[in-house]
Every structure is written in structure tokens, then in C-alpha cells.
Design a protein around this ligand. Sequence first.
Ligand SMILES: [Zn+2]
Length: 126
Amino acid sequence: MAARLLFRTAVRASTTLRVTPVKTLARGMAAGGIPTDEEQATGLEKVLMHATKEGKDPYSMFRPKEYAGSKEDPHLVPSITNKRIVGCVCEEDNTAVVWFWLHQGEAQRCPSCGAHYKLVPHELPH
Ligand SMILES: [Zn+2]
């Protein structure tokens, strides 16, 4: 009984309903579209986006470059002062970090493994 009633209702609905096109909603942003992240960015975020496009890393957010650690290719350590504390994980599986002061000037060696580190001046973007 219920199935018959449901079937009649479906047949009636399919024969009497007319398909009408659905109007698209007019949105306020329709004229210009949705602004991109670059168009919306302001302040520091905008500065970072421009610097990233130019390949710069003003806040040292990217992974540091890898150096051989030899005398000819020392690890470059940026610093805003003339010295900085450096931690060296001498071997890949070491659980201890060897900490030492790195001073401006010639490249220095890690007291444990002998890897070379050199302090390079770094200026903050503002
Ligand atoms: Zn070391």
C-alpha cells in the first residue's frame, strides 16, 4: 500500500514538475572575484611575500644551506653581534650537542669534531 502510494506520488511529481533553470546568486565579489593572498597581505606578511619571491630569507625561516664544514667551505653562522653560541651535533646519531662561542673573524673549529664554523654579519630587516 505504501509502496503504491509512493510510486503514484513519484509519477505525478515527475509529470507535473517543470524543470526551471536555477538562477545563479549574484555575489558582491562577482565583479572583481576573490582577492588573492598577495592582494590581501599587508604589513610584515607582505614584506615576507615579496622577499620570498626575490629568493631572500630576511627572518631565517628557511632551512639553512648545507656546507661541508671544511676550512675552505665552513658552516656560515649569521649573527647580529660579533659573537654567537653555536651548537654542533658532531655525528649524525649523537644525542649530545657540543656548545661553543663563535667569534667574528677567522673560521673556528668545533672542539670535538673539528668542523669549521665562520661568523658572518647579519642585519635584521627592520
Ligand atoms: Zn662538532
